[in-house]
Design a protein around this ligand. Sequence first.
Ligand SMILES: Nc1ncnc2c1ncn2[C@@H]1O[C@H](COP(=O)(O)OP(=O)(O)OP(=O)(O)O)[C@@H](O)[C@H]1O
Length: 273
Amino acid sequence: MPAPAASARDETERAAEAPASIKVENVSITYQTALAHRQTLVGTLSRLRRRRKVTKEIKAVRDVSFEVPRGTVLGIVGANGAGKSTLVRAMAGILPPTNGRIEVHGRVSTLLALGVGFDRKLTGRQNVVLGGLAAGLSREQLEDKYEEIVEFAELDEFMDMPMRTYSQGMYGRLAFSVAVNMEPDILLIDEALSVGDAHFKRKSFDKMRELCDQAHTIVLVSHALRSLRELSDEVAWLNKGELVEYGRPGKVIRAYQRYLKVDEDDEVTQEDV
Ligand SMILES: Nc1ncnc2c1ncn2[C@@H]1O[C@H](COP(=O)(O)OP(=O)(O)OP(=O)(O)O)[C@@H](O)[C@H]1O
């Protein structure tokens, strides 16, 4: 019967026509960082006199291009220092690319290891309200969301305490709960797939799977290869700032593991760490 075939084709065509959620075009990001010389007094004095700053360039991302279609879950893998966090921070608009451009279509919510975070002087409740307003939610939307966020984080009795009194796990649980409950079009997650204790890890992974199955566009940076393989539609492998491979999760992760010289079923690299 033609109808189902036609609708399947329509779907494919629609997906092909749908604009990419994220477009990364020839992006390079270079950090300029002050170089520490051996700290001798004479050397420091002479440099101060000459007012010369010694800087070093670190090319963290080198001419990277790819597109993330709407509704795609993209995993990013790579060794330490490969440029993963730098690229995701640029996608989040925290860091401007040195060259190239990044287009992002949709409301973004981030859960990043570095950078944006809560103000520890404020209570959990104040942080959630401020974060929600900053993310563009109305007061009414925030009231509904607030209950969901607190219930998911299971931190009801701590919400009126300053966040400096929170344990690291409690902090992570609230951050995760805020990020996933903001109903973003695009969710950027860096090294925060599993936070909290074993119970919350399970819960946050199930929530991630639920979000990945829905029409959200998600970018996940993680060293937890098993989770990435399970959650991602596509995987990008970065090495020394360059995009080495982009494609189906099994294929790209196997190539990355060969590079790392670890077995495919190596328990440690599979783990959610
Ligand atoms: N703020 C910064 N200033 C200068 N150099 C930086 C800064 N942040 C990162 N770098 C450098 O940029 C490179 C890429 O770092 P990045 O944090 O993006 O790597 P990563 O792939 O996320 O690593 P990891 O897996 O260890 O988290 C590294 O060489 C790092 O030293």
